[in-house]
Design a protein. Sequence first.
Length: 384
Amino acid sequence: MNETAAMAVGLVSLLIWLWLLIGHGRFWQADQKLGPAGELDHWPAVVAVIPARDEAETIGLTVNSLLDQNYPGDLKVVVVDDNSSDRTREAAGASPNLQVITGKPLMPGWTGKLWAVSQGLEAATQFSPEAEYILFTDADIEHASGNLGELVWKAEHEKLDMVSLMVKLRCQSFWERLLIPAFVFFFQKLYPFPRVNTPDDPMAAAAGGCMLVRLSTLQAAGGIEPIKDRLIDDCAMGQLIKSKGPIWLGLSEQTKSLRAYEHLSEIWHMVARTAFVQLDHSILKLIGTVFVMALIYLTGPVLVFVGGSSGNPVVTFMGTGIWGLMCIAYGPTLNLYNRNAVTGLMLPVAGVCYTLMTISSAIRHWRGAGGAWKGRSYSKTNAR
């Protein structure tokens, strides 16, 4: 690479990182977290809705973590067994506060999860007609004992229509340690939580593993029907609810995902399922994304190499500065996952992996297999 060109590219990358650190909603600080619950005169009734398809391994832990909440108000749980081929229904357990229903065959025009959620919502309003909030959660989430109380207190105290948590993802295997903190970092960069939490900012998002929604607001928004074809259903829910009132999105350190990603292929499949959907199936957006990801995450390491091989200390210094800013931005997310700050040097590798997953997502879509998940594919439907 010509050193003049390298300096020009480096300057652009440096300015982008400065903007990300200073002018993009402070997303990188990873400081949007729930505090302890205060006192309320009235603790509203809540009903949790859990869509479950082939989740026998984790559904019991999820249900028990909800039934064991130290929540002062009434809490009931509805599990929708979405045509599972395993023993999901039996594994969910039995309790007077638990109702397990069998999902109906998938309706045309719906994505599988949202069709199950819609049925669960209908059952929930009958099972707990006094409920003021719906807790949408996944079948692989273990809720901390005080999680629901903190969610409800936040919603009631700040008069919010949705409170959502990105639960703490599993980070134990090699690939999880390399890619999961980066996934959380990229999500925060795409949807800066402080902007989501600002009522007059149009930015809206949510995390599907844990979404507490005011029932009256959801009903005023038309229920699940307006977003029935969305593959990225949680952010669609965030947009739907924020169109009616304020929402809040944060990070959890105690409520966690039980889903394991032991192999690269598992994370790859999870990301490739919806990455091209995020780009609206646009080839131009795909090309732009690949270019920008390379500019942001590879420029620093490349300049360090170019400067070192050519003996140009200015190029080396610029590359080191870019890489350093990257590590500073990544630090709080690494700290959330108890990872050493030095591992921030590996963020460019994670960036390359996620870029390749996005390209793979586009290829899958063009081959008619995009959006495939648990035996269902939505490429040939109107799913968005």
